[in-house]
Ligand binder design. Structure first.
Ligand SMILES: Cc1cc2nc3c(=O)[nH]c(=O)nc-3n(C[C@H](O)[C@H](O)[C@H](O)COP(=O)(O)OP(=O)(O)OC[C@H]3O[C@@H](n4cnc5c(N)ncnc54)[C@H](O)[C@@H]3O)c2cc1C
Length: 382
């Protein structure tokens, strides 16, 4: 067992860290304040190969492994968590189902422009009445004159307002619960496909989160992804993979918070001493560093299993990594804010943003409660 990063992994880490410091950190406060999507930066990430990092070169991907992916998402999220989720949702939630379940024609048609970042992708499962219980999907897809007609509304969709391609789950059979669901590829501009309201959010303010509305939306028959009735299976496979991206995002936010807290603790003087000389502050730093290290290792471990495509074991490990890393980011960002005292609570410092951004990692791509359900189910049957 070797815990050192390979040369390739170090290279991607250094490249993304440099990008985050130069291109993301300086704009993060302003873009969040103005709810501005960092389109120019996302396009640059496309040029760096990050928007198709794990996909084969034949589809314009960078052909790297999943450890490289989580390293990239961590470093990008350290610079700006909103950009982190943009990259993660694009790679894990849109490209992944097309790559794993699409036919060759679909892969050739959609992946090359998604992998370069020319196109941005999103993934729509959640509906107003179907969150954790994705099998409760009511958006309908019916066959008509050789096409599919979709009707319904998806909510909380990351990249919804900027996406060119959406992978969306809809009900194709009235009965059958999760077996009556299918997955579709929907292009921006398809008749009857509208972007609905922007969700007002607590954090990730420079990411796009919107409704997607299907009002007699007509798409070609061949845009069915996988087989009819396979939608739920594709969704679960996709979310299993997506969770390592969210774990990595949580680690990146935690790392940013700890770095800022340490720098502050070395500078800030009270009682004629730097506050980092107080044991109370040192213990918080020790706890933060330990949480981050554990979360990062769990994320690498889950990513390593995905490299081997060991899905059985992977599902549990990905849920554990997301659960631990997201709850750790809650602890870390709050301790880091505590170290800044009153200044941490002001918008003068990014710390309050780290706290707000971290919170969502315990909710999306499966809440912590659903992660515990996945873990317990796997542990009990093993
Ligand atoms: C910023 C943001 C971005 C998002 N991006 C996307 C996206 O790109 N695509 C997409 O499809 N969705 C997206 N989502 C939706 C997200 O995945 C859901 O919000 C999440 O799955 C929870 O669903 P819900 O909000 O309906 O909560 P609910 O499912 O209503 O859950 C409410 C509470 O009940 C608990 N609960 C529910 N069922 C159980 C159970 N069986 N046992 C124990 N506790 C339970 C939950 O854990 C939670 O605490 C996003 C959400 C946000 C806020």
């Amino acid at each position: 067992m070797d815990f050192t990063l390979s040369e390739e992994h170090q290279m991607i880490r250094d490249q993304c860290r440099k990008f985050a410091d130069k291109e993301l950190k300086p704009i993060a406060a302003e873009y969040n304040r103005n709810h501005k999507f960092p389109m120019e930066q996302v396009k640059k990430l496309g040029e760096m190969g990050i928007m198709g990092i794990v996909y084969p070169e034949e589809y314009n991907g960078a052909g790297m492994d999943y450890i490289s992916y989580v390293i990239a998402v961590e470093e990008i999220s350290r610079g700006g968590a909103s950009t982190g989720v943009t990259v993660s949702a694009h790679n894990s939630l849109c490209l992944s189902p097309i790559y794993y379940f699409g036919n060759e024609e679909q892969k050739k048609k959609y992946l090359p422009r998604l992998c370069t970042g020319e196109h941005i992708g999103c993934f729509g499962i959640t509906e107003p009445g179907a969150g954790s219980d994705a099998a409760g999907t009511t958006t309908k897809a019916e066959r008509k004159n050789g096409n599919w007609i979709l009707n319904g509304t998806k909510t909380f969709i990351t990249n919804g307002g900027v996406a060119d391609i959406a992978v969306v789950m809809a009900r194709t059979a009235k009965d059958g619960g999760h077996k009556g669901l299918s997955m579709f590829i929907i292009e921006k501009g398809s008749p009857g496909f509208l972007v609905g309201k922007n969700e007002g959010k607590m954090g990730l303010l420079s990411s796009s989160t919107t409704e997607l509305i299907f009002d007699n939306c007509e798409i070609p028959y061949e845009n069915l992804l996988g087989e009819e009735g396979q939608g739920f299976k594709i969704a679960m496979h996709t979310l299993d993979g997506g969770r390592i991206g969210i774990a990595a995002q949580a680690v990146g936010i935690s790392q940013a918070a700890m770095e800022d807290a340490i720098a502050y603790a070395k500078e800030r003087k009270q009682f004629n001493k730097s506050i980092c000389e107080f044991q109370a502050i040192q213990w918080m730093i020790a706890d933060m560093a330990t949480d981050i290290e554990a979360a990062r290792l769990m994320t690498y471990q889950a990513a390593g299993l995905l490299n081997g495509d060991n899905r059985q074991k992977y599902s549990k490990q990905a849920a554990m990594a997301k659960l631990f890393a997201s709850e750790a980011s809650h602890r870390v960002t709050h301790k880091a804010l505590q170290i800044l005292g009153g200044y941490g609570y002001t918008t003068e410092y990014p710390m309050e943003r780290y706290c707000r951004d971290a919170r969502i990692t315990e909710i999306y791509e499966g809440t912590s409660e659903m992660m515990r359900l996945v873990i317990a189910t796997n542990v009990l049957k093993s």
